[in-house]
Design a protein around this ligand. Sequence first.
Ligand SMILES: O=C[C@H](O)[C@H](O)COP(=O)(O)O
Ligand SMILES: C=C(OP(=O)(O)O)C(=O)O
Ligand SMILES: [Mn+2]
Length: 457
Amino acid sequence: MVRVSTDTTGLTAAPGAAIDWPDLPAKQQPSYDPAELAHVLSVLGTYPPLVFAGEADLLRERMAAVAAGRAFTLQGGDCAETLADVTGPNIRDRIKTILQMAVVLTYGAGTPIVKVGRMAGQFAKPRSRDDETRGGVTLPAYRGDMVNGFEFTPEARRHDADRLLRAYHASSATLNLVRGFTSGGFADLRSVHAWNKGFIQGPAQKRYEQMAHQIDRAVRFLEASGVADAEEMRRVEFFSAHEALVLDYERPMVRRDHRTGLLYDTASHFVWVGERTRDLDGAHIDFVSRVQNPVGVKLGPTADRDTVLALMDKIDPERTPGRLTFITRMGADQIRDVLPALLTSLGEEAHRVSWVCDPMHGNTFTSPSGHKTRRFEDVVEEVRGFFAAHAEAGTHPGGIHVELTGNDVTECVGGVHPVDLDDLGLRYETLCDPRLNHQQSLELAFVVAEMLERGVH
Ligand SMILES: O=C[C@H](O)[C@H](O)COP(=O)(O)O
Ligand SMILES: C=C(OP(=O)(O)O)C(=O)O
Ligand SMILES: [Mn+2]
């Protein structure tokens, strides 16, 4: 399969720059109409990159600090972004939530936090089943707004190639606002109080408010002492990430960096391959092995030493610092058995990548009311097991990767301001997996800050 690539400035590159993607098995792919798809691909390939290669390089440097134990990464956002939810308030509240969590982690643990949003591209979902049956009617499963619609009708569930373009535009609009917020003064460290406004004021928000007071005092002290750099305080580094799942989206977004001739997935700063598509000889691992972005691979409880080493050899043969992150999602009940043994079996190699904990995907269950949910306590327990495993193996716990929203939803149960099983129907808005709400997200940040500061065993 041959596609024409453009360079990272969006200009069509010389013919020699065309990318010859090998024809490898690719799981979880949509079946778009071929004629519609051909048209869409030719359009997508001419659209401007969403990120610049130099930004991806910067994130790789930041992730190198994570791998070395000098920084911690916070990765968070929706399980599935939706086109309808690309609104100013939704994006603002998700950004505020991540900024607040990052402040809690930075201030609480004194560690630099590499902030990454699961956003501006997280529009496709791998599914356990291809179909969904309701009341005797079977239709294709919902696979994310990049593929089909959630509504349970044959029209909505049809795989529609035009959605690739809509996902691109939605990602572009999202990233534009994120860049505005993070560089235009909204994320100014002197606004830590303001980020807490507009949210329901539960125990975690109150605790945050106290911390914000202390930060204010510290910032005023630094300003008065003349050592605070006002420009530096105005800006925050924030990166985008999503699962590189639909190759008909990711491949046309691959561009050759005009500075070096190297390939980058310009749809996002960071992309990862999911648990269901990480086959060593599959198209997804091949895809990430060809781009220079920092990349991740999810590892479930069945991942073994040989697989992990083979993934490293394939994706990161040079062991480039910051290049590869393993995002473990073992489940609270398995992580303490599985992860220490895996890390130990890797020996020195375990120090050459970053390790991030996804405490969500191994802890999903269905409530009696039929909602897919997770217990906040299981999420915390998996993170605790993650820290303990790294302490045991002598490796660095590098970060957390969570499904969250700034909205006051009732999708995960538990927390200090608890959502009960009976509450799930009140505000269950996700179209795929349950997310931590604002309160639960902040609470998690406080708990993780303590683990970072004290270490957990
Ligand atoms: O986000 C992850 C997966 O897409 C999701 O957990 C799959 O859910 P399913 O088992 O309902 O298909
Ligand atoms: C699909 C996801 O996770 P996993 O691949 O770990 O199941 C996800 O992160 O939404
Ligand atoms: Mn998910």
